[in-house]
Unconditional design. Structure first.
Lengths: 535, 445
């Protein structure tokens, strides 16, 4: 579907609540995991499976939620279980079992998966075709974090958030919510190909929402944090001058100064209350990476998922305009020459970074759009033969041991411009434009043609200079038209990640976390609408 | 023990858990559920799954210090352990100034939401229901992608002041998208029932087939303001944004579409056409719902909007106490009353308009006005002189459901629908709206 919006307090929480210290205990050890996995692999084979994979997962979440001077909730959850996926009679089958700690339990799940596969095989026309994959033996991967967020005392987190809230109130906010999301996935994967892969994945997202109210007019304005969810530890909250991008407002790279950002936000919501309402029309847009990530996500990441292109998501998330016949021409013009978009499951600090995906494929980086031309998709083992490849691209993921893995978006990013160009130089060249920072409202059609995006901060550009703040701004465009209107991308000095912590797809819906990098980019002549209404 | 406990089994288990409690106040919540699903695409089964889940959650309080712990094993030692754990967490917790204590015993309405027809679904039943759909689309040389999902379960709670609540329920949701082989037509259908015996996948499939064929060869119309007829599936995804925004605290705090200047709210004011009546009723036979809220409050029939006037807002117990008003909980179901017109009657009485069968990717643009954006999808048709003339290309809209309900022309007979955004079931009528704002065209089919 789309990037999960920041919707307090509608936060997906899965797993059982536990005490914070339980998040630090180690789960089932690797030797035991191997035994549990082997029991399932053997049981499935005995029942006639031609392929089996076993995922033993321990998923830890800690969410600290506050508003103004109060801690609203501290959620600690742990979810542990085993999911077994098989191919039998040419059909997929999947069964999962919670809290499985015995070989009998995992073997039973394997047998059930085979039974389901055989029952559903009757409805199949073509057997599943799985790309070959070599086994890696016993290997492991750990996210290169510096400070495990789960080891940071709760009090330190509460103090940080309450300090952030106090700063917002002191600077004129009427309300403020702040939240710290922390995730640790301890995943073990084993397959009948001979892989036994142990991985430790960490993610963090500090986020706030500030509201200011004008009692006289009854109007209110909000501003969300300019942080990004990251595949990092608590070190992301370490303020560092080299990670700050100064300008009309400060933006952040791999070190986020939450206190500084909330002070700016409180002041900016006040400014927004009296900002000029935009005049609808065509503008040149300068889009900051804190905004552009979501446009990339929706208009490039999703349409280039091969399962959508093929119709597997037709009943929910939709299909794609980027059909195979367009790709086969080798000349489909996705964007201007400045546009180079790539998929990457290896980038350090990104949400999607892992060593191997959830079907045991080593991760990599590959091009999707090169010099404006569509060159590839994102595909997994049972799909790659359709695009003439014999190796999966390694972007298979399940959000839990209890969910079946399927194709999910890799980190999809816009490559920085090759020529030296700063944001200030870019703005100087714009006569009539809007500079947009932060992500806001977002909506796109089911084939990813027509979209509409808002932001957090809008600045009018007149004759090369920022002329003041605007409000009620959204832009509407069409994917191909939009990427063809891209005339400049700043160089790699400005490259930063944004991302989604709760990207939804599939039925039943699964969430996934994914990053999108870019430098600030310019798009000419985009249609801007005014969103002010009276009720 | 089975996963789905009877009322007496649940009561006994909850009493046992409470007997271990040493806290000032204690609430124990219990649930058990079994879910199953079958998914298909490209006229073939793609994935399927099943899930069994049970959980016992204990909330202990010492004064205003509250701790919660839960467990999925129900032996005596595990239950005692989880009670102790919640008490340890409560002792360590900061005081929650908004904790208002637990409720005493409540009287609940009777609501029947559990049907054996749904509870007894097996993988074979699911495969059979889907096979009927696949047969039709394969024969018609159309491409189907669908999803069938059922669940059976119960929830129960008991607290140290003697409150006990139990509610078993079942639900099945089915949705299907049928596309023409050349990708120029697409039709959709969704059905939600508590009682699986009401689901006719073949009949539903025929509707999606007709829409997919009928929507092929769409022509472009200029975006702008049009009279629209919204089928209930399309109306639901706009209206639920009103249902979700009835919170009193946000309104009182000045950050809701229901806020007014000077800290006042629109409670008691007419905000939409006087024919609009929106209420909740857990005993409604077409949309049964739990007669108690998560915190044990009794769910009654509540009029949220009556004759266009805001009659009630939803309160947390804390906020109601602070404001000195009745603590009306958020509803467990929502029903919009309608009229007697059929969809066909509405089309007949329309000189020039657009029939919208489904809307997609609805997002808030401005919470102050409830302005939403999104697109039409899977069948949009031009109406002229009382007849459907031809399919039209999809539009993006920017519209507020409040403005929309002020531009109401007619209401039809309510139907049970499944929200394509939240999967929640509602009873919603088809409705005719004038001056609905389409802002751009989409090439998507």
């Amino acid at each position: 579907m789309g990037a999960g919006a920041f919707m307090l307090p509608n936060i997906p929480v899965s797993g059982r609540p536990v005490a914070p210290e339980e998040l630090l205990t180690s789960g089932v050890d690797v030797a035991m995991k191997k035994r549990l996995a082997d029991a399932a692999l053997n049981a499935a084979k005995a029942k006639g499976a031609s392929y089996t994979d076993v995922r033993i997962g321990r998923y830890l979440n800690q969410y600290v939620m506050t508003r103004e001077d109060k801690v609203q909730n501290i959620v600690n959850t742990e979810s542990y279980g085993v999911g077994v996926r098989v191919i039998a009679d040419g059909c997929w089958g999947f069964a999962a079992v919670v809290d499985a700690k015995s070989e009998a339990q995992t073997a039973r799940a394997a047998e059930e998966a085979v039974a389901i596969a055989k029952a559903n095989a009757k409805l199949m026309k073509e057997p599943v075709q799985l790309a070959p994959q070599k086994g890696y033996g016993e290997v492991s991967w750990k996210a290169p974090i510096q400070r495990n967020a789960f080891e940071v005392p709760i009090q330190e987190k509460v103090d940080l958030l309450l300090g952030v809230n106090a700063a917002a109130m002191k600077n004129g906010a009427n309300f403020v919510n702040s939240v710290l999301f922390m995730v640790n996935e301890q995943k073990y994967f084993a397959s009948s190909d001979g892989s036994y892969i142990d991985q430790d994945v960490h993610r963090i997202w500090p986020v706030f929402n500030v509201t200011s109210i004008d009692q006289k007019s009854g109007k209110f304005e909000t501003r969300q944090s300019l942080s990004a969810p990251m595949g990092m530890g608590y070190e992301y909250l370490q303020s560092n001058p080299k990670d700050k991008v100064t300008g009309i407002t400060t933006r952040y790279n791999k070190g986020y100064d939450m206190l500084e950002d909330v002070i700016a936000a409180a002041q900016q919501t006040k400014q927004k209350l009296t900002a000029k309402s935009v005049e609808a029309g065509k503008y040149d847009l300068i889009l900051d990476p804190s905004h552009l990530w979501l446009t990339i996500h929706e208009s490039v990441g999703h349409p280039l998922e091969l399962d959508r292109v093929l119709g597997y998501e037709a009943n929910f998330a939709g299909t794609s305009f980027a059909t195979l016949d367009k790709w086969k021409t080798k000349d489909f013009n996705y964007g201007s020459k400045q546009v180079n978009l790539f998929a990457d499951k290896t980038q350090e600090g990104s949400l999607g970074a892992v060593g191997w995906d959830d079907e045991g494929v080593k991760t990599k980086r590959w091009d999707l759009v090169k010099d404006g031309t569509l060159v590839n998709y994102q595909a997994i083992r049972d799909q790659v033969h359709i695009i003439g490849e014999n190796e999966s691209q390694g972007c298979c993921y399940a959000d839990s041991w209890g969910s079946v893995q399927f194709q999910r978006m890799a980190n999809v990013s816009l490559a920085p411009g090759k020529d030296q160009l700063s944001v200030e130089e870019m703005i100087k060249g714009v006569e009539k434009g809007i500079y947009i920072i932060g992500d806001g409202s977002f909506s796109i059609d089911q084939q990813r043609y027509n979209f509409q995006f808002g932001g957090q901060l809008y600045y009018e550009i007149k004759e090369g200079k920022i002329a003041g703040m605007l409000k009620d701004v959204s832009y509407q465009s069409n994917t191909q038209e939009f990427w063809n209107s891209c005339v400049q991308v700043c160089d790699e000095r400005d490259y930063r990640l944004g991302g989604s912590f709760f990207d939804g797809k599939g039925q039943p819906m699964q969430v996934s976390a994914v990053s999108h990098g870019s430098s600030t980019a310019r798009f000419n002549g985009v249609n801007v609408i005014n969103t002010a209404r009276k009720i | 023990m089975s996963i789905i406990l009877s009322e007496s089994e649940a009561k006994a288990l909850l009493q046992k858990a409470l007997s271990y409690s040493k806290a000032d106040e204690c609430v124990v919540n219990l649930l058990g559920e079994q879910r199953g699903n079958l998914r298909y695409a490209r006229n073939e089964v793609s994935t399927s799954g099943s899930l069994i889940n049970q959980n016992l959650s204990v909330q202990s309080a010492f004064g205003k210090k509250v701790g919660v712990a839960s467990i999925d094993e129900f032996d005596d030692a595990s239950i005692e352990k989880v009670v102790r754990r919640s008490e340890e967490l409560a002792r360590l917790a900061p005081e929650n100034p908004e904790y208002v204590g637990v409720l005493g015993p409540q009287q609940y309405l009777k609501s029947n939401g559990f049907f054996d027809s749904t509870a007894n679904i097996t993988p074979a039943t699911r495969a059979e229901a889907v096979a009927k759909s696949l047969q039709l689309t394969r024969d018609a040389k159309l491409t189907a992608a669908g999803f069938l999902q059922d669940n059976r379960g119960y929830s129960a709670m008991m607290n140290s002041k003697g409150l006990f609540a139990y509610y078993p329920s079942t639900n099945v949701n089915y949705s299907l998208t049928v596309r023409t082989e050349d990708g120029t037509g697409s039709g959709y259908v969704a059905r939600g029932y508590s009682d699986f015996s009401k689901l006719d996948t073949a009949a539903a499939t025929r509707i999606a087939i007709a829409k997919s064929r009928g929507s092929a060869g769409a022509r472009a119309l200029e975006p702008g303001k049009y009279t629209v007829i919204l089928e209930p599936t399309a109306a639901a995804v706009l209206l639920e944004n009103i249902f979700y925004s009835m919170d009193a605290r946000s309104a009182d705090e000045g950050r809701s579409f229901l806020s007014k200047t000077g800290g006042k709210t629109k409670l008691g004011e007419k905000i939409v056409d006087e024919r609009v009546n929106i209420y909740s009723d857990p005993t409604h036979p077409e949309l049964p719902a739990s007669p108690w809220s998560d915190d044990g409050r009794a769910q009654e029939k509540v009029n949220w909007i009556e004759n266009g006037v805001v009659k009630n807002l939803a309160y947390s117990r804390f906020w109601a106490q602070k404001q000195g008003v009745k603590a009306v909980p958020n509803p467990n179901n929502v029903i919009m009353a309608g009229g007697n017109q059929s969809l066909e009657d509405m089309i007949k009485s329309t000189q020039r308009g657009i029939l919208v069968t489904k809307l997609w990717y609805i997002r808030s643009v401005d919470p102050q006005t409830l302005l939403l954006t999104g697109l039409t999808r899977d069948g949009t048709f031009y109406i002229e002189n009382g007849k459907i003339k031809h399919p039209v290309k999809n539009f993006r809209f920017n519209e507020s459901p409040i403005i929309m309900l002020n531009n109401l022309e007619a209401l039809g007979k309510p139907e049970r629908v499944v929200s394509t955004e939240s999967e929640t079931n509602y009873l919603i009528p088809p409705m005719k709206i004038r001056e609905f704002t389409f802002t751009s065209l989409s090439d998507a089919v």
